[in-house]
Ligand binder design. Structure first.
Ligand SMILES: Cc1cc2nc3c(=O)[nH]c(=O)nc-3n(C[C@H](O)[C@H](O)[C@H](O)COP(=O)(O)OP(=O)(O)OC[C@H]3O[C@@H](n4cnc5c(N)ncnc54)[C@H](O)[C@@H]3O)c2cc1C
Length: 386
């Protein structure tokens, strides 16, 4: 913790990941008196574990537009925020086998084109030139999205945090939120390990832990945490430039090059829900290597240097939740990003700031309101799940 702990603030943001710091930045620039509290260090939640993929390949219009906006902002982030984030526009390549309904992919490409996204379905024979390690024989096609990109989440978080502080936001790390007090249906104050803050608005950007924060106002958020494990290979002395993020859509196996190594991962469907952050390759690694053997057997020849685990915060339809809770006056939220929240960060902050200020969000986020899960729920699941 640094600085004098505040006794009041117009807005208290919970969570110092990319969603929280981007929101703090947008609110502070708009002249709002904002305090952010983070119980660890900035980016110590899922943000610090993210691969940094930035894509417009979604089949939900709101996701798609938020992804496009994220790509634009991260593309100019180094200049705008005076903070290099290693933005690399290496594209996303989704490998498609015969279990994937092609009409779903065609519909997504048509939708993406409507939003100016330059994606197209390619033949297996075109795969090698884009992602040389892929065993193209295992696939019937691929979706190639050349303008998609990647960047480093940690410096992006620091860049937003610094700009937020410059604009007047007060950010406190190692401060745990322990309660939210309401009076007559309105937010009155928050309790933290460092003291209470009188406030009329709480914004829940607590990532996989957002359900516990929502519970403090008596609300159940439909978010389930799942461990996601990743390994990096040993350094390669003579590595070819290979910046594409390649994903086997049917298995969720993915890999991409980071400097002289590959980062490789896979979302194991047998993973139990929970907050387990221990990297444990015992069962996971053999399954991951099996997927690698099918999609990119050349990877099996490389040594594994290290591994780590992070959390995905998953909603029932793999689309995130963003909006304002109707049950309490001025409780806003953005969480449940289901593995794609880093790229959404710039749009998330702007949208939450607009919602707080009573402005129309620049993207129609009504379909992402958490209330969609109340009562009878039927909505298409996101196709591009990694
Ligand atoms: C292995 C892996 C790979 C990923 N790859 C990508 C990718 O390529 N592209 C992409 O877009 N996304 C990716 N993601 C998803 C991405 O990391 C998340 O969606 C995103 O970081 C969410 O950001 P956030 O700020 O909402 O949450 P977080 O970064 O989790 O931040 C929430 C913060 O809230 C804090 N907090 C919680 N409770 C409290 C409390 N009571 N008091 C105070 N603070 C609290 C936590 O400490 C945490 O720091 C990946 C995730 C993982 C695990």
């Amino acid at each position: 913790m640094s600085g004098d702990f505040p006794q009041r603030a117009e807005v208290v943001i919970v969570g110092g990941g990319i969603s929280g710091v981007s929101t703090a930045y947008h609110l502070a620039v708009a002249g709002v008196d904002v305090v952010l509290i983070e119980r660890g260090a900035l980016a110590s939640g899922s943000t610090g574990k993210a691969l940094g993929g930035i894509r417009a390949s979604f089949n939900h219009p709101a996701n798609l537009q938020m992804g496009v906006y994220g790509r634009e902002v991260y593309g100019r982030f180094a200049e705008e925020f005076d903070q290099p984030i290693n933005f690399v526009p290496g594209g996303y390549l989704y490998l498609i086998d015969d279990t994937i309904p092609m009409e779903q992919i065609e519909a997504a490409v048509a939708l993406q084109a409507g939003f100016g996204v330059n994606s197209r379905i390619i033949e297996p024979s075109e795969i090698h030139a884009i992602s040389p390690l892929v065993n193209a024989d295992a696939f019937v096609a691929a979706l190639w999205s050349p303008d998609d990109a990647k960047a480093e989440p940690e410096p992006a978080t620091q860049g937003y945090a610094r700009a937020a502080r410059t604009a007047g936001a007060r950010l406190f790390t190692h401060v745990d939120l322990i309660g939210i007090e309401t009076v007559d249906g309105s937010i009155h104050s928050v309790s933290t390990v460092a003291g209470s803050i009188a406030t009329g608005c709480v914004i829940n950007c607590a990532g996989a832990w957002a359900p516990a924060v929502a519970k403090m106002v008596g609300w159940d958020l439909p978010i389930t945490p799942y461990r996601r494990q990743v390994v990096t290979t040993t350094d390669l002395p003579d590595i070819e430039p290979h910046e594409t993020l390649t994903i086997d859509l049917a298995t969720s196996f993915y890999f991409h090059q980071e400097r002289r190594k590959f980062t490789v991962g896979y979302s194991d469907p047998r993973e139990e829900p929970g907050y387990n952050l221990t990297f444990d390759p015992t069962d996971w690694l053999p399954r991951m290597l099996e997927k690698a053997g099918r999609a990119a057997p050349g990877l099996l020849e490389l040594g594994i240097q290290s591994g780590y685990a992070g959390l995905y915060a998953i909603t029932p339809d793999h689309n995130h939740l963003i909006g304002e809770y109707a049950g309490v006056n001025r409780f806003l939220y953005a969480a449940g990003f289901s593995g794609h929240g880093f790229q959404m960060g710039p749009a998330t902050g702007r949208i939450l700031s607009e919602l707080f200020l009573g402005q129309e969000p620049f993207i129609d986020i009504a379909p992402l309101d958490a209330a969609r899960f109340e009562g009878e729920y039927s909505s298409a699941q996101e196709t591009f799940i990694v």
